[in-house]
Design a protein around this ligand. Structure first.
Ligand code: C2O
Length: 346
């Protein structure tokens, strides 16, 4: 046992898990990851190109064609291939339903509603992006972001209505243009004028990013600790909404658990998941910028916690949270855009 116990999944424990009380799922890989050797994550070589993530609603034809091609290849890979789309989606299922146990305890390893939320999702889409790029031989390929925090981005981005980006399990009464999303959706459709909805959304963003997120814990989520008694349940402002809210809003209301997007075990089967999380990640980065890049958390438990992902060469990689807190060093960034909610103090 190491000196400080941190969060690390025990890869040999992948098991059936509960996606919802009374509803079991199995999303473990075909060949146990514990039989693979892993490498430790290394910051990419800085001479390698920088990937710039841009607004999904402004994506042009060439970009969409390129991404569509990469995604089509990814979807055609066999399940045995850890780079395949379904395996990527199941990775989210594994970590969100607690299919692994933690190392040094039988407590399950889970990443939502607490401080593991931002770093885990950052790295999930990070590897997803690199795999997509490598499938088309483009090492500048970057995911788009769904800019739901600005009026022009508050509808479902048009690119998700076509080709490999479609998903049959979406709520059609929501996901059609020009329907403005309720970014604080809570299962009730309230009819208000689009201009009013936009105003409410902007004021809500101001609360989630500024006035309601002054304390680190409020934004990053509660500080769960390893082991059975360490579980906490306190999602950060952005995780709760727009994050959870838009998952629910996109998922099909007629499905039992609003699959796909509306329930975590299935959410990453919808390609829009990755653009949604790209914007979530951008919000984390911008919140840091607003507070002058002061380190958000210095607790060694958090900094030394680990996740495992497969990279574009199908190698299993162990990632330490403390190594992924600087996106410039990770080799990607976001196009500079305005934050229209900054002045939307209610
Ligand atoms: Cu792990 Cu958007 O959820």
């Amino acid at each position: 046992k190491p000196h400080i116990v941190t969060f690390t999944p025990n890869l040999s424990t992948c098991h059936k898990s509960f996606a919802k009380p009374g509803f079991q799922v199995y999303c473990c890989p075909p060949k146990p990851e514990s039989e693979e050797s892993f490498i430790d994550f290394k910051i990419p070589d800085l001479s390698s190109p920088r990937r710039i993530r841009r607004r999904a609603h402004l994506a042009d034809k060439d970009y969409i064609a390129k991404y569509n091609k990469a995604l089509t290849i990814m979807k055609s890979l066999p399940y045995e291939d850890p780079r395949s789309f379904r395996r990527q989606a199941d990775m989210h299922c594994i970590y969100c339903t607690g299919a692994y146990n933690q190392q040094y305890s039988n407590a399950s390893f889970s990443i939502h509603r607490q401080w593991l939320f931002f770093p885990w999702h950052r790295m999930m889409i990070y590897f997803h992006e690199r795999i997509l790029g490598s499938l088309i031989g483009d090492d500048t390929f970057a995911l788009p972001f769904w800019q739901w925090d600005a009026p022009e981005g508050m509808v479902t981005p048009a690119m998700y209505m076509d080709g490999a980006f479609t998903d049959t399990e979406r709520e059609e009464t929501h996901v059609h243009i020009p329907r403005i999303a309720d970014i604080n959706y809570d299962y009730n459709d309230t009819e208000i004028e689009p201009e009013q909805r936009i105003k409410k959304n902007l004021a809500f963003m101001y609360h989630q990013m500024v006035s309601g997120a002054k304390k680190v814990e409020l934004f990053m989520g509660c500080q769960s600790k390893p082991g059975k008694d360490g579980v906490c349940d306190g999602p950060g402002t952005i995780e709760l909404a727009p994050h959870n809210a838009l998952h629910t809003w996109v998922g099909k209301a007629l499905n039992r658990y609003r699959e796909n997007m509306g329930v975590f075990y299935a959410a990453a089967r919808d390609p829009i998941f990755y653009a949604h999380h790209s914007n979530i990640d951008r919000m984390w980065e911008y919140w840091k910028e607003l507070r002058g890049y002061e380190p958000e958390i210095v607790d060694p438990v958090w900094l030394n916690s680990h996740f495992f992902f497969h990279n574009e060469n199908s190698q299993l990689v162990r990632v330490r949270i403390g190594d992924i807190l600087n996106i410039t060093k990770l080799g990607y960034g976001y196009e500079k855009v305005d934050y229209p909610w900054l002045n939307a103090r209610p």
